[in-house]
Design a protein. Structure first.
Length: 175
């Protein structure tokens, strides 16, 4: 079964069976959108966006980035970031992801902004970026990062995602 990306005009074809009664789902218009619906129990599948959280850490006027070891964006750089799990506090998730990818412990502070990644561009649909400051740890790549390093704003490497590029430019006043 493929991992199709649903456009706003379509229902996700990979959602085949009803999670309540296992009946085959069909596509119907619900709230002016095609959605997968169970003809037996009337369950409606609402496709939720995937939410990512990340941090901007500046130390000695340099920005912390991680080199991605896996797709999407393998070999390119991004902010320390990851997916938010259901029920998880976004600030705690951002600190956890930073620790897992860089070995650095951070204090998550204010929201920089919330960004949108269009379907098919890789990464989370919604990306919440926080300002954070280092409070401990030793810089070392971990988890799904090939490298972790600080970069001068005028010598940034190729960034992996449009949302990362927008966040960095906005934060650095280049938008």
């Amino acid at each position: 079964m493929g991992q199709e990306t649903a456009s706003p005009e379509s229902a996700p074809a990979w959602v085949v069976h009803c999670p309540r009664c296992a009946t085959f789902l069909r596509t119907e218009m619900v709230h002016d959108r095609p959605r997968r619906v169970c003809p037996a129990c009337h369950y409606i599948h609402f496709t939720d966006p995937k939410v990512g959280v990340g941090v901007i850490v500046i130390e000695d006027e340099q920005l912390l980035l991680v080199k991605r070891a896996m797709n999407p964006g393998r070999g390119k750089w991004s902010l320390p970031a990851g997916y938010l799990d259901q029920g998880e506090d976004p600030r705690i998730a951002a600190a956890r992801e930073t620790w897992e990818e860089t070995g650095i412990e951070v204090m998550v502070e204010s929201v920089v902004d919330v960004f949108y990644n269009a379907p098919g561009t890789g990464g989370a649909s919604i990306f919440i970026v926080y300002r954070a400051r280092r409070v401990g740890g030793t810089l070392a790549a971990g988890d799904d990062a090939a490298e972790a390093a600080f970069f001068s704003p005028d010598k940034l490497p190729e960034l992996a995602f449009a949302s990362t590029d927008m966040a960095v430019k906005q934060f650095l006043g280049r938008s």
